[in-house]
Design a binder for this molecule. Sequence first.
Ligand SMILES: [Zn+2]
Ligand SMILES: [Zn+2]
Length: 198
Amino acid sequence: MAPSHALRCCKRALNWVPVLFINLVVGWSYYAYVVELCVYTIPNNAERISYLVIFHIFLAMFIWAYWKTIWSKPANPSKAFSLPRAEKELYEREERAEAQQEILKKVARNLPVYTRTTGGAIRYCDFCQVIKPDRCHHCSTCEMCVLKMDHHCPWVNNCVGFSNYKYFVLFLSYASLYCVVICATVIQYFIKFWTVST
Ligand SMILES: [Zn+2]
Ligand SMILES: [Zn+2]
């Protein structure tokens, strides 16, 4: 295995550490709520069952949105944004930046591209070899151009963009609701624990 390939594999594995951390926190919260609170602390059966049902509904929504955010493949520019063969060869042979821009401008004329660089040039990705559509950016972690890219989120180890923006917002909302439900149901036992102990 080439050293650069091994390094890349290592980097890819390390990228999953924040996701693992979130999973461990959720796993711990599950144990604390279900076992410590519902099984050992709550004396009333009806209260225990209603807490468990509510908790599992919010947990399921949270996990579903989290899962969809992680595993939605980022959307890439379509084939229409790649240079045609002849223009691509011309572009690669050309060394002058202005002449390369002329080639890109000619191809981009037929494309719905309105955003330019600050210098007025057509945005082109040298890694993916495509003309970048508006709001498309190259992600160095995913190693691809991502449509409507918002940011690369380390907590889901994925780019947040066109394919998963809805799931990402849902993930944030359900994660907040999950915390609110836990706080609202735990608070009375939390206060009881500290007032009885002191
Ligand atoms: Zn790219
Ligand atoms: Zn990314």
